[in-house]
Every structure is written in C-alpha cells, then in structure tokens.
Design a binder for this molecule. Structure first.
Ligand SMILES: Cc1ncc(COP(=O)(O)O)c(C=O)c1O
Length: 436
C-alpha cells in the first residue's frame, strides 16, 4: 500500500499486540507465572526493575562507591541516566562521542581519567561502543553497560551486556521491547548479584489502579502509532503527551508493574525474528542512501553486528534538519530528533562544554524509520523520500546515476559488516507477519 496521510510511516514502530494486552491484563488480575523468556540475553542473574534508569541507580548503589564519586557517561544519550547517577548520590562526568558511531569516544574518556570511579557505556541506537578501547582508556573502574537499545547487538561475537560487571535493559514504549515500561538488570558478578537481589526484593509493588491506568495508556499509545491513525491523531497527540511526560518512567522505589513484565516476556519470545527483520530493513536503507554526500550513516563498526534499534542519520549542518524533517512529513514519513535538548539538560548537572562532537550531533541528527513491520517496498519509499527531501533542501538536482559517492563516508572507512549473510538475504525476501 502507498504511503499516504491514512497510511503514514511513524517514526518508531510500536509492536504491542492485542495478545500482549491480554497477557498484561491477566497478569494484573491473575498473577500468572511468566515464561522465562530472557534466556536470549545469556545465563547471568537477571532482576526486574521499574525502569532502565532505576536499574542503573540500583546497580550504582550496589557498587558501594564513595558518595559524590564521578561516574563517566557519554553526553549524547538519554538524560534519564544523569538523573539516575545523581539520585544514587554521585556526580556525572560527561564524555564526548565519536560521530561515526555515536558512542563514547575513548580519547575523550582517557583525557578525563582519574575524575571518575565508574563507567556507564551506552550502546546507542543498538550501535556497539568500542568496549575494549574504552576499558583501556578508562582504567580499572567498574563498567556498567546501558543495553536499553542493544539487545542482540554484538561486538567480536560477544553480546552487548556481556562485557561489563552488569548491564540493563528497558521496556519503555519506544524501545525494542515496548511493553509500556519496566527494566531488567543483568549482573555478571556474583557478589553484585546478591546485593541487587536484596535491593529489588525491597521494592514495593505498584497498586492495581496504577497498573490499569498505565496499561490503558500504553494500549492507547500503541493504537495511535498504527499507520492508519498516526497521521491524523497519533502525531498531534504525541506532541502533547510528550510535553506532559505521560508514560515517562519516574525514578521511584517501586517494583516493575506485573502487566509490563508479562508483556515484555511475550515480546521477548518473538524478539530475535523482529531484530532480523529490522536489521534487514536497515541494511536495505543503508544501501539506498550510501551514495549521498555529507551525511553520516549508521554503518557497523568493524567486528560489530548491530540490532539497528534505530536508524540515525547525521546531516551536514543544523540548518538542514528542520526543512528535511518537514519535507519528509509532507510525504507522510515521520522522523525524530531524539535527545535534541540533552545539552541544556546536562548543563543543569554540571556540564561545562567539553564535548564538542556531542554538541554538534544534537543539532544535526535525525532518525529515519526502519521498523520491522515496514515492508521492503516501504523502505524503498522511505529512502526515496529522504533523498528527495535532502536534495530539495540542498537545492541539488538528482543525476540519473544517483549522487556522487561522499568523500566523508568513504573516509569513515566502515564496511557493511555481514550485510549479506544468507539469513539476512532470505529475510529481505520475506514480508513481515503481524507479530511485529
Ligand atoms: C539509551 C537509554 N538508556 C536508558 C534509558 C532509560 O530507560 P527507562 O526509560 O526505562 O528508564 C533510555 C530511555 O529512553 C535510553 O534511551
């Protein structure tokens, strides 16, 4: 079906199905036993948490650092990590990012060595950070991996979350497991696991009313994110809901909602297939956009395999962003400028302008839809809409052979690692089913 006002392409997919809703509702009333669905994240000890940010706060507390210790994190990430660090009684130390991969820059980390006692590495948008280089640059400090975007992303055949002392995931409604909220801490160290077990047992259960209210909001959000409703209702309402932070997790000491845990467990059962599809879509987008000049595309770091939770594109300059986004939405393809206010937010927590790359990225980044439910035909349409919008904005006429190869992209020297594996090729041929 064509992309139109009544069949738009929302910025993110929200694959929350009626059966997820039914499982969530049953969990509120029945307390059914949940399937052990998270074996796909390895064998380490796992603990449900209220949110990703709460998982980080509990993990930092369990590390028993001295109060007021520095905790290093990339400036370009979700600002909730900063609140988690501060609420654990510590001080954020902001590190710059590498614009090719949007993850923490080892050189910037090394320059701040000695000012932090723990390190939070974020695999942003599913793109693996260079953990070996960061461990060298950061020295012998405990490492926590933020894998909220990175379930089933790999570096050198090791899964995200398996490098550090611990890692955490999120089930918020824009994540790969959009259960509505909740998180999971995965702990690779026995003594830390014992401490986390005690901390999570002490969390209080949310009330049934709260569970029902949030479940209704999550179901409504999933409905508004359908392609049929997003253009006429979803996008206008989303702006309003974001302003009022509806469904935004808070950093309290409650346990995960039973309903979220149930929906996340169901979603985990179909997760690997979804990643396969979303990765195939992303590699297809990459191949379409490969020749455009002066943009940075999410090519895989050598040795890495991304889950492509999102498809970030770094534009040439800040002037380009608003017109490109507007032109794309005119053609009913929605984009986002995620984390665009992170620098202002972090200034309130002591950021003093030491991360020029991250500051430039917040003004230039958009995400382009790549969700698993989009067909190959949709992806071709999204690529075409992006290309024509950017060209119109740059006032360039397309040549019949496409645009010249970008010197910048070539300079990055990153190959499309593993892009043509047999399973990916076959996924490319298949159309998705409604489980996505
Ligand atoms: C990269 C990243 N890490 C952590 C979090 C926090 O997760 P939660 O919203 O479940 O607290 C987010 C939330 O958006 C995020 O984007």
């Amino acid at each position: 079906m064509l992309i139109s006002r009544f069949h738009t392409v929302p910025r993110f997919g929200l694959p929350y199905t009626p059966l997820d809703f039914a499982a969530a509702l049953a969990a509120i009333f029945g307390g059914t036993k949940l399937p052990d669905a998270f074996g796909l994240l390895g064998d380490s000890a796992k603990f449900w948490t209220r949110s990703g940010r709460q998982a980080l706060r509990l993990l930092l507390t369990a590390l028993d650092l001295r109060p007021g210790s520095g905790v290093a994190l990339p400036l370009f990430t979700d600002p909730s990590l900063v609140s988690a660090i501060v609420s654990a009684g510590h001080r954020p130390v902001f590190i710059d990012v590498d614009p090719r991969f949007l993850t923490m820059d080892p050189n910037s980390l090394e320059a701040k060595r000695g000012t932090f006692s723990a390190l939070v590495v974020v695999h942003l948008f599913g793109q693996m950070a260079d953990i070996p280089a960061l461990q060298l640059a950061g020295g012998e400090v405990p490492l926590i991996e933020d894998a909220a975007h990175a379930p089933l992303s790999y570096l050198n055949d090791r899964m995200a979350g398996s490098f550090g002392l611990a890692s955490f995931y999120s089930f918020a409604s824009t994540k790969y497991w959009p259960a509505g909220g909740g998180g999971l801490a995965v702990v690779n160290d026995a003594s830390l696991a014992r401490k986390l077990a005690r901390a999570t047992e002490a969390l209080s259960s949310p009330s049934r009313i709260e569970e029902l209210r949030n479940l209704a909001l999550q179901a409504a959000k999933a409905l508004l994110f359908t392609r049929e409703l997003y253009g006429i209702l979803g996008k206008p309402i989303r702006r309003w809901a974001e302003k009022w932070a509806i469904l935004e997790p808070s950093l309290d000491l409650k346990a995960i909602q039973h309903s979220y845990a149930a929906a996340a467990s169901r979603q985990a059962l179909r997760f690997a297939k979804r990643v396969e599809r979303q990765r195939a879509n992303s590699l297809r987008l990459l191949s379409h956009l490969d020749t455009i000049e002066d943009i940075v595309l999410p090519r895989e770091r050598p040795g890495a395999l991304y889950n492509y939770h999102m498809f970030p594109v770094l534009l040439r300059d800040r002037e380009e962003r608003a017109p490109v986004m507007a032109a794309m939405w005119k053609q009913f393809v929605d984009t986002s400028m995620i984390y665009c206010d992170v620098v202002q937010q972090c200034r309130r927590f002591g950021y003093r302008g030491t991360c020029p790359q991250a500051e430039s990225i917040v003004d230039r980044l958009i995400t382009v839809p790549n969700h698993a439910a989009l067909t190959s035909h949709d992806i071709d349409g999204v690529a075409q809409v992006f290309r024509s919008s950017l060209l119109a904005c740059r006032n360039v006429k397309p040549s019949c052979s496409g645009l010249p190869v970008s010197a910048h992209n070539v300079a990055c020297g990153v190959e499309m690692a593993g892009a043509t594996s047999t399973s990916m090729q076959s996924a490319l041929q298949r159309e998705p089913t409604d489980v996505f």
